[in-house]
Design a protein around this ligand. Sequence first.
Ligand SMILES: Nc1nc2c(c(=O)[nH]1)N[C@H]1C(S)=C(S)[C@@H](COP(=O)(O)OP(=O)(O)OC[C@H]3O[C@@H](n4cnc5c(=O)[nH]c(N)nc54)[C@H](O)[C@@H]3O)O[C@H]1N2
Ligand SMILES: Nc1nc2c(c(=O)[nH]1)N[C@H]1C(S)=C(S)[C@@H](COP(=O)(O)OP(=O)(O)OC[C@H]3O[C@@H](n4cnc5c(=O)[nH]c(N)nc54)[C@H](O)[C@@H]3O)O[C@H]1N2
Ligand code: SF4
Ligand SMILES: [Mo]
Length: 711
Amino acid sequence: MATATHCPYCSLQCGMTLTRQGRSLEVDARAMPANPHSPITEGALCRKGWTAAGLRGHRERITTPMLRDRDVGGWRAASWDEALDLIADRLRALREAHGPDTNAVFGGGGLTTEKAYQLGKFTRVALGSSQIDYNGRWCMSSAATAGNRAFGLDRGLPFPLADIEGTDVLVLVGSNLAETMPPAARHLDRLRERGGRVVVIDPRHTATAERADLAIQPVPGTDLALALGVLHLLDARGAVAEEYVAARTTGWDDVRASVAGWWPERVERVTGVEATVLRELADLLAGADRAMILTARGAEQQRQGTATVLAWINVALALGLPGKEYAGYGCLTGQGNGQGGREHGQKADQLPGYRMIEDPAARAHVAGVWGVDPDSLPGKGRSAYELLDALGTRSEDGDGPRSLLVFGSNIVVSAPRAEHVTERLEALDLLVVCDLVMSETAALADVVLPVTQWAEESGTMTNLEGRVILRERAITPPEGVRSDLDVIAGLATRLGAPSTWSTEPEEIFTELRAASAGGLADYSGITYDRIRAEDGVFWPCPDTGAEAHPGTPRLFGERFAHPDGRARFKTVEYVGPAEEPSADYPVHLTTGRVLGQYQSGAQTRRIKELPDDGPFVELHPLLADRIGAVDGEALIVTTRRGTMRAPARVVRTIRPDTVFVPFHWVGANRLTNDALDPSSRMPEFKVCAARVELAVEVAAPAPAQPVGATR
Ligand SMILES: Nc1nc2c(c(=O)[nH]1)N[C@H]1C(S)=C(S)[C@@H](COP(=O)(O)OP(=O)(O)OC[C@H]3O[C@@H](n4cnc5c(=O)[nH]c(N)nc54)[C@H](O)[C@@H]3O)O[C@H]1N2
Ligand SMILES: Nc1nc2c(c(=O)[nH]1)N[C@H]1C(S)=C(S)[C@@H](COP(=O)(O)OP(=O)(O)OC[C@H]3O[C@@H](n4cnc5c(=O)[nH]c(N)nc54)[C@H](O)[C@@H]3O)O[C@H]1N2
Ligand code: SF4
Ligand SMILES: [Mo]
């Protein structure tokens, strides 16, 4: 039997067919029905997609709730009733003793929209707690904040991905899409076949930069200065689209004044990018009829991520791009449901439909759908890192949460300053983790609940273009495993929560449609049947009765989402990364991804067809020579937070002053900085100061620097 569905991993959400043969599952790419805008045509998948069924029937899959005895150590299996009763009793007791905010929830951008919605509702209604946030805060939150400020709306791409092929100049700022969404790279190839140009801005010359006409390698953490310099040059050569700026925007005069001092030589001093190269980029942009600027984690996971995105949006607005065909600004989101997961209520400050939790009208609407008193809904909670940082803390200003329920994130591997975060998790009275496997985070839990995975359940996801798609159930889950929706409903019922707690995805989607109606992310006109028939529907898609709304593949053509319909130029100041290199920590450390692994690796490290050689330290031959390292030799990387050991990978493609470590294995995040962007609260994963040494020297009898936390 064949089921048409989508990949379990990244935000591209490539279409695939799953065929069931007995108990095993085979993946086939699906050639989608003709849809000129589908990013998922032509049946392409990357190797993670091809091998995704490998977790099916995996020996490490957990199939029974597990309880850990902290005193004795070790695990024992429990029945679902025992596990859920125990969790509910402990949550109730903690709430009675310490108030509702003592119970916290951490969600994920890989969860279906139905789960994300239900999790937000559960936290506010069943726990009465404000303490919920999710790993998407570490993903696109800076672009989201910037999009809301500039355009009044945050949707990753405001146009279908395939529009890339129609532009003249594409600027990718901190995206390695040839490795992070490989099937999307075809759009770059076709753009170039048409005569278009690709610019890639990345401290490393990546597989994506291989496809570029202009590859720019700035010092990590300096993208904002680069963008200010580009706008300075565009203005200086009279390339600003004055008519568009006058008709469709506000704030240009202040921004124009603020970039006046960013002449190319000053930019060169900050970014290491030669003035001639900056001029080349400005020439390309000034000469293009249509241009597209896309940011990803390289530019966003910085202490100034929001300001950096705003600065690139300023460039796009000055050129008159947003709203024009085959042009504009967009953010390449990351997780499968990075988009839907942030629109329906698992973010600390949001209610379904991208409503703000502190807006009285939003509270009244959503409380009406839930059948509760608006005043019973809590206010906004802490952001992801701040929530983890507060766990188990006691202070005069108020205690941090004493319990945490985790759904769909492997925090121990993926949080910044991970050793500190692990200590916070260990300080909890109760840690509950729902997962498919015993992840590094689940291994610390008091209770682990085994949940269904993608092919075993249905639900919607919203991909990087804002296209709502449906993943269909293809196979029955292993015995003993339940859906996150069952966990939520089971706990809500035990806690005597008001409202209804369905476990049927389509029923929850119907409720979510009502909750989102009238909000910015309006899903009320979307149904499972429509998604099946139309191969996805773009939000906003309000319910317009008999005459169905077509959905909105392209935004901003006529107006922006601010009340006056205009986009906002925003003035931003360059401050720089939180840590600059020093005598003790002389190089920049940056982190990111490789093609064959996904995120914390909890899933992909267990799939035997995928390469799993462990982490490595990518460095330039000049740096390798300076420390006396050869390719493959064990190195120790140390920052002010901690240290890790991994073999050297000597490559000419990285800046000589920078090292790169992938974060799919424990290690990279022992090093990373927990400096946060002031508005999005995004941690600065992409840059900190580090020292790199030969492991033999560090391991000598009296080590200069002990291996372990150094903060
Ligand atoms: N194979 C694979 N694919 C994935 C994922 C995965 O884990 N593995 N995860 C998915 C998710 S959730 C996400 S968010 C996306 C992320 O997709 P990307 O943003 O493409 O991935 P990253 O590797 O985190 O970062 C991209 C590039 O930023 C560069 N970079 C580092 N520092 C800087 C800087 O200061 N400035 C600039 N301009 N660039 C910098 C890095 O060298 C890297 O090549 O990928 C998605 N797809
Ligand atoms: N140093 C560094 N750190 C980073 C980044 C970086 O670039 N550099 N990138 C950041 C980014 S962009 C992201 S998105 C995060 C991602 O990091 P994580 O939040 O750790 O993401 P995953 O590894 O995808 O974790 C998902 C977990 O949920 C489980 N799971 C899968 N499906 C389900 C489900 O349906 N229900 C439940 N309950 N569990 C499920 C998986 O087995 C896995 O354990 O990492 C961030 N950390
Ligand atoms: S690109 Fe992303 S969605 Fe497509 S197959 Fe690979 S991991 Fe899956
Ligand atoms: Mo992400």
